[in-house]
Write a protein that binds this ligand. Sequence first.
Ligand SMILES: Nc1ccc(F)c(C(=O)c2c[nH]c3ncc(Cl)cc23)c1F
Ligand SMILES: [Fe+3]
Length: 289
Amino acid sequence: MAGTLSRNIARSFFAKSQPEGAGATVRRCIGGSRTLDPFLMCDIFEVVPPAGFPDHPHRGFETVSYLLEGAIAHEDFVGNVGLIGPGDVQWMTAGRGVVHAEMPASKTPCRGIQLWINLAREFKMIEPSYQDLKDSEIPRAKPEPGIEVKIIAGESFGVKSTVFTRTPTMFMDFKLEKGKRVEQKIPKDYSGFIYVLSGNGYFGGNQFKGEEHHALFLENDNGDYLPIEAKDTDLRFMLFAGKPLKEPVVNYGPFVMNSEEEIFQTMSDYEKATNGFEKAKKWRSSISN
Ligand SMILES: Nc1ccc(F)c(C(=O)c2c[nH]c3ncc(Cl)cc23)c1F
Ligand SMILES: [Fe+3]
């Protein structure tokens, strides 16, 4: 791209499998001490029945579930039910509070990605909402034969996602055939990371090699696009980028607020079923075993 600078890759991290939920396993590339404002967690999950993610709450952020294989059944405490199938996306804005269950709905292994995106202070207590996208509804950019970008959030090659992102976010699934090179525009002030799903590739101006199950973190430099090249193999990777919120983060499991006082209040709200958790009082999902 004439007149612009490429972003470099600062470091990579091998995301090893670890137990999570009730009998599920995840490769966690963001989470715990490794956060990347505005991202709180990114799990590449694998789950087969009877394992899953039974009844649990969320407050103060968004969860985005993208199914790579299989299907997840979803049920929440106000009666929303649904099936997230292969290639589908559920963008859940928990806001002031959701209690839900997320359980595998296919006998074959269910594989996918769940990203937790922080909400700014002004949105942490908004009414919960969902944006459900079927695979066929999600736009793709095909800039040339051998390159496809599935755009869950953000814009690529002039193709825009239909998702409303309160926290400006890019969430894209790239497939490059061996020998292909692509450049993705990323605003200079966005944080970002790559997760390599299959194959290997060379990322950034510094041609950093990224291999399967590795997360690669973008340098906070002055670049405004990321070059990616599939030299050795076909390559599939996820690109995540977002505008940092630069607010204090205080979290307690599935509650993410800006202060300890707000976390204590949230724990009390959940315990007493008040202030957004009213319907949690007697609710039990029908999909958790
Ligand atoms: N608090 C807390 C504690 C433990 C959890 F497992 C979860 C949770 O639900 C998930 C963690 N990664 C996931 N990937 C995929 C799916 Cl569908 C759900 C999750 C959660 F929210
Ligand atoms: Fe959840």
